[in-house]
Design a protein around this ligand. Sequence first.
Ligand SMILES: *[C@@H]1O[C@H](CO)[C@@H](O)[C@H](O)[C@H]1NC(C)=O
Ligand SMILES: *[C@@H]1O[C@H](CO)[C@@H](O)[C@H](O)[C@H]1NC(C)=O
Ligand SMILES: *[C@@H]1O[C@H](CO)[C@@H](O)[C@H](O)[C@H]1NC(C)=O
Ligand SMILES: *[C@@H]1O[C@H](CO)[C@@H](O)[C@H](O)[C@H]1NC(C)=O
Length: 521
Amino acid sequence: MLHLLAALLAAAPLTQCFSHAAIPPLPIPPRISAGDGARLHSQSGEELPPVDTVYTFDQLIDHNNPGLGTFQQRYWSNWEFYQPGGVIVFNTPGESNAEGYMPFLTNDSINGQIAQAHNGATVMLEHRFYGFSNPLPDLSVESLRFHTIQQAIDDLEYFAKNAKLPFPGGDQVGPDKVPWVLVGGSYAGALTAFTNVNKPGLFAAYYASSAVVESITNLWAWFEPVRLHMPQNCSLDVQAAIARFDSILTGKNQTAISALKASFGLEDLAHPEDFAVALKNNLWAWQFLGPSSGDDASVFYDFCDALEVVDGANAGPNGRGGEYALAAWGKYWTDGYYTSLCGDMDAETCLGSYNASDTYFTSTAIDNYDRSWMWIVCNEMGFFQNSAPFPHPTLVSHVWQDSDDERTCQLFFPTAFPRPTPPPVERTNFAYEGWNVHTTNIYFGNGQRDPWMYATVSSPFTYVPDTPEQSIGLSEGGFHCSDMITLEGQCDASVLAVQKKGLAAIARYLAEWKAAKTGAY
Ligand SMILES: *[C@@H]1O[C@H](CO)[C@@H](O)[C@H](O)[C@H]1NC(C)=O
Ligand SMILES: *[C@@H]1O[C@H](CO)[C@@H](O)[C@H](O)[C@H]1NC(C)=O
Ligand SMILES: *[C@@H]1O[C@H](CO)[C@@H](O)[C@H](O)[C@H]1NC(C)=O
Ligand SMILES: *[C@@H]1O[C@H](CO)[C@@H](O)[C@H](O)[C@H]1NC(C)=O
């Protein structure tokens, strides 16, 4: 099966995979390029290596058994603003090949803004088991034993304490000598908070954007910010269309079921679950929105226009009703959406989730973030994205259920999951405190339009207080990790306010770190 939205997202530096079966990873979307990479030092004017210069670090394969040896973990660094004694702004982009994330080295991102404000250097480490930073040469279950949140946290510590950074004096800047700021967004935002919980005092300050700190088996509320912030007519019509879809698909009228499949061009798709989950692709596109998303935004809004616009006229606030909307949704698929999703593949190959010999499930080749992320989904974090509990309004079908996600875990990793098993999220929330996080020197930046908001400290499901030592910013206009991207703040005043609050919190934590170091307390 094919999972690339490449055709849709060709303009984005990240080509993101959305499969009907795998849980989409939590991409941080820097949509801007870091220029040609060439930099001059801000003070000396000296020419620096391009920001995309790759360095490698000998990282331990297994932090529980250093005797197993090391692997080469890739990293990048930019020291255009660095002066001796300045901060080290440290980041992993998390569950992706890091090559698309060069803006995290420059002041196109909050990382670079922190570096610029504090004479700092930026350092970006590729997360183990993503891209070309692999402890072992494949992504087999045997190798993935070393793919845990804890090993990733230990990587951050071991790197910080042992790396000889590529700039002058870079072998003398461990976190005991100069202040380090750990920055992360999305899963890596959670990792940032988890590191603070797990290794108190390791770094001077932490900036966690859209950090999904609470692991949740079915994060049905992924779709709540979408439901509440998308055009109202489209939201109501999707809900009505899905209610109709579910009633047909779970009914006994085979003629109606066949007609519904045909209206989407999916006659050949054998399993109703696969039909149901395929429709989530149109809603997952919300993740790419942000004030500066440009062409990416059209992926989501074209879909709404297909449901709401007739002969140039918008539907009113209540939409056009489920019958019309479901038919229009099907037409949108046959008019080009299917091709953009699946190319010339047949529906079963592209969208089916029952073929255990499909190479999508069996391939253990590296640089495959669907597989590496699913390992974390299935073993530690969950984050299935299924229907809301009845009778809460839902944008997605009830036909694909949590058990289907568990079945998918088994398809990917049959030897690890001989039977479908719910992810043990309680263990993760216990180990790293989830919403009970109560720590210091950390800033959480969130956005109300972020589909992941309900797993963050700003979730309406919990109450985490905003305090001077654990500061929280929430923007009305922010989407997923918006506050990490400089341009997003320039486009939206509420995102800018969250960035400013975060920069002030980090400055405060750094001042406290320095005061404690020099005994000035
Ligand atoms: C960002 O950094 C560039 C140098 O790479 C500099 O020219 C520019 O002024 C900086 N932006 C701001 C807002 O300081
Ligand atoms: C079954 O569905 C078809 C197509 O929607 C419809 O024409 C027919 O009346 C339905 N049959 C019954 C028994 O409801
Ligand atoms: C109705 O749908 C159109 C097209 O997607 C959208 O532009 C408009 O904002 C919507 N209006 C309301 C009130 O939801
Ligand atoms: C299952 O996948 C394999 C490998 O891609 C393929 O050869 C086979 O035809 C598929 N079977 C079905 C029923 O689609």
